[in-house]
Design a binder for this molecule. Structure first.
Ligand code: PLP
Length: 382
């Protein structure tokens, strides 16, 4: 065991060599993009399999572009000279803040809940009170696949008139509290990624889901140069289309998704059992499908995080620190944002460690990672 390298992430991308029938079909059809038959089939299958047949979706070339479009669409009735801010957590990935900025808004960072690590409702409410009609949208992140309380945001949107877009980049395979695919029935855009590092990766890709056919059709047109009529732009547009080859891989990924998620869950459970002295995310839903295992160091080890991870590297175990630095600590975002009180964010980010959790890890590998992780913590603490 001690000789094998355990990488931080191992992609789970369907083998192109195993979808050769589909490729030949695609070549014969001569259709490579523009929401062709394979994209249509994937969208249909995705809604059936992951969202109980409820709602609609449109594929996109990646989730970052999907988030930009969803924000642009959701805020179409806002006067953006007044409504300039998008409330979002700082404890998230850079893509989310970039998406807000490209859509024309300024990120307004809220704090997180110290237990579930998602946007703190108190912090969001405080910023809403403070910034009022200057807020264009609320942009929560379903952190690491955790189940955002969608009903609460629906009520908030109703009460304030401020639209909501949910960054669910890492949520495919996750379940809500009722055990349904996360996002099922959501009136707000749910944006998911199919990037190589996600549970169901295809390389680059993603989709936007909502139980709202008008929204999904508008986003489909927006993603095709804003053409609401034939070669006639009726709205802001760009090109966000997923090539047919991507949709072919995604269809293949869907077939194996359930077994991949179940394998990952067994590894997740091993981490809980083997690391009883460490902090873990409180799950609001029935299931998460982690891309890696986020672990919170107890306060006595947190100051030594760097040394602990260096020691893991010496043992040839890949680790990371998602999301440290968090967004407000990154120079570009610090210069192009506003922020409320972020003390729970700073506290979590400074003590977070990401350990490997990929579907082909053996129990032996997980035990080895945990043993070396505890050794590294004890060594650093002496
Ligand atoms: C992966 C990820 C994204 C970006 O997804 P892409 O498909 O790579 O653009 C955005 N937000 C979060 C939280 C992510 O984890």
């Amino acid at each position: 065991m001690s000789n094998t390298e355990i990488s931080f992430i191992r992609s789970n991308i369907p083998k192109i060599s195993q979808v050769s029938d589909g490729i030949i079909e695609m070549e014969n059809s001569g259709i490579y993009t523009n929401y062709g038959p394979i994209n249509q089939k994937f969208e249909k299958q995705l809604v059936e399999q992951m969202f109980n047949g409820v709602g609609q979706c449109v594929t996109v070339c990646n989730a970052t572009i999907g988030l930009m479009m969803a924000l642009k669409y959701a805020t179409r009735h806002k006067d953006t000279r007044v409504a300039r801010y998008v409330i979002m957590p700082s404890f998230t990935f850079a893509a989310a803040a970039h998406a807000a900025l490209w859509a024309g808004f300024i990120p307004l960072f809220c704090d997180i809940d110290p237990d579930d690590w998602m946007a703190s409702h108190e912090s969001e409410n405080e910023l809403l009170r403070q910034y009022g009609e200057q807020v264009a949208a609320i942009f929560p992140y379903a952190t690491f696949g955790n189940a955002t309380d969608i009903a609460r945001y629906t009520a908030l949107e109703k009460q304030t008139g401020i639209p909501v877009v949910i960054d669910a980049a890492a949520s495919l395979g996750a379940h809500d509290a009722l055990g349904q695919g996360f996002g099922t029935g959501s009136p707000h855009a749910i944006v998911c990624s199919l990037h190589a590092t996600k549970t169901m990766g295809i390389g680059e890709g993603g989709f936007i889901y909502a139980n709202n056919p008008d929204m999904i059709e508008a986003l489909r047109a927006m993603g095709n140069f804003g053409f609401g009529q034939i070669r006639h732009a009726t709205m802001p547009g760009l090109n966000s289309k997923l090539p047919e080859i991507g949709a072919l891989l995604a269809l293949s990924g869907l077939e194996r998704l359930e077994s991949v998620v179940e394998r990952k869950r067994r590894i997740e459970q091993m981490y809980y059992d083997l690391l009883p002295d460490f902090g873990f995310q409180h799950q609001r839903g029935a299931r998460i499908s982690y891309q890696f295992m986020p672990v919170r160091l107890p306060p006595r080890y947190a100051p030594y995080r760097h040394a602990i991870l260096e020691r893991m590297k010496e043992k040839r175990i890949g680790t990371s620190t998602y999301f440290s630095p968090h967004l407000h600590e990154q120079s570009y975002f610090a210069a192009h944002s506003k922020a409320g009180d972020l003390h729970a964010t700073y506290a979590l980010a400074s003590s977070i460690v990401s350990l490997p959790l990929w579907h082909e890890m053996t129990p032996e590998m997980v035990r080895y990672v945990c043993q070396e992780f505890m050794n590294a913590c004890h060594a650093a603490d002496m």
